[in-house]
Design a protein around this ligand. Structure first.
Ligand code: ZN
Ligand code: ZN
Length: 162
């Protein structure tokens, strides 16, 4: 939970704003483990809600889909979202809301942005050579002597028959 008291803004006129500092250690956002969250967020009172804008930096540990090594991916989360205030007449498709107690939780918004920032097939680096399909050597670290790794698997099969 990354919660802030924004009750002052709930009572303020449109245009009033607050600056919030986000600076946390490791955070678990439901299904994501982030190493930290650091950034500055500006919260502006708008009609019916709060406009939340800011940039939060983070990083997380992922496993490369090619070489299966874990690596650290830095991510930058650019936030721009309206939070509904309790009792305000904003349309129901505004998906985030300030609690009745005047606090809001940034965790669901940060989690949503973090998911967008994570590639579907994470690579430790773009040129990752992956593992040798024959001996499993990490080809980023060593070269192996498996010749068949370099020929078409169908030819390899043929070679076995000869
Ligand atoms: Zn890799
Ligand atoms: Zn090999």
């Amino acid at each position: 939970m990354i919660r802030f008291d924004v009750s002052v803004l709930a009572k303020a006129r449109p245009g009033a704003s607050l600056t919030l500092n986000v600076d946390t250690g490791p955070q678990s956002l439901t299904d994501l483990e982030l190493d930290f969250l650091r950034g500055t967020i500006r919260v502006v009172r708008v009609r019916g809600g709060l406009l939340v804008q800011g940039i939060v930096k983070s990083q997380l540990c992922l496993e490369c889909v090619r070489c299966l090594e874990s690596f650290v991916l830095p991510i930058t989360l650019e936030l721009e979202e309206i939070f509904r205030l309790p009792g305000a007449g904003l349309s129901p498709d505004v998906s985030y809301a300030v609690g009745d107690d005047g606090w809001f939780d940034l965790a669901p918004l940060l989690r949503e942005h973090a998911w967008v920032a994570i590639p579907m097939k994470p690579l430790c680096h773009p040129g990752c050579k992956g593992l040798c399909p024959q001996c499993g050597a990490n080809l980023n670290l060593e070269s192996c002597t498996c010749e068949s790794a370099r020929i078409d698997p169908r030819l390899a099969l043929l070679k076995d028959l000869l």
